[in-house]
Design a protein around this ligand. Structure first.
Ligand SMILES: [Zn+2]
Length: 62
């Protein structure tokens, strides 16, 4: 199962994604989507602003 462009609603592992807020020094307060179960390789991690941008682009193409 592949995660397409846009907001990732489900991780390839089958878990629903969650929205969290970054607390790192580089990206403070930036929101991201993450696999709701496992944080690691082969699981969803995507910045929310990137995902929203992709979602808008996908809509514009249709
Ligand atoms: Zn996962």
């Amino acid at each position: 199962m592949e995660v397409g462009p846009g907001i990732p609603r489900r991780c390839p592992c089958g878990a629903a994604t969650v929205v969290l807020t970054s607390k790192t020094k580089d990206n403070p307060g930036r929101q991201f989507y993450r696999c709701g179960v496992v944080f690691g390789e082969n699981h969803v991690f995507k910045w929310a602003d990137d995902a929203v941008l992709e979602e808008i682009e996908a809509l514009a193409v249709k």
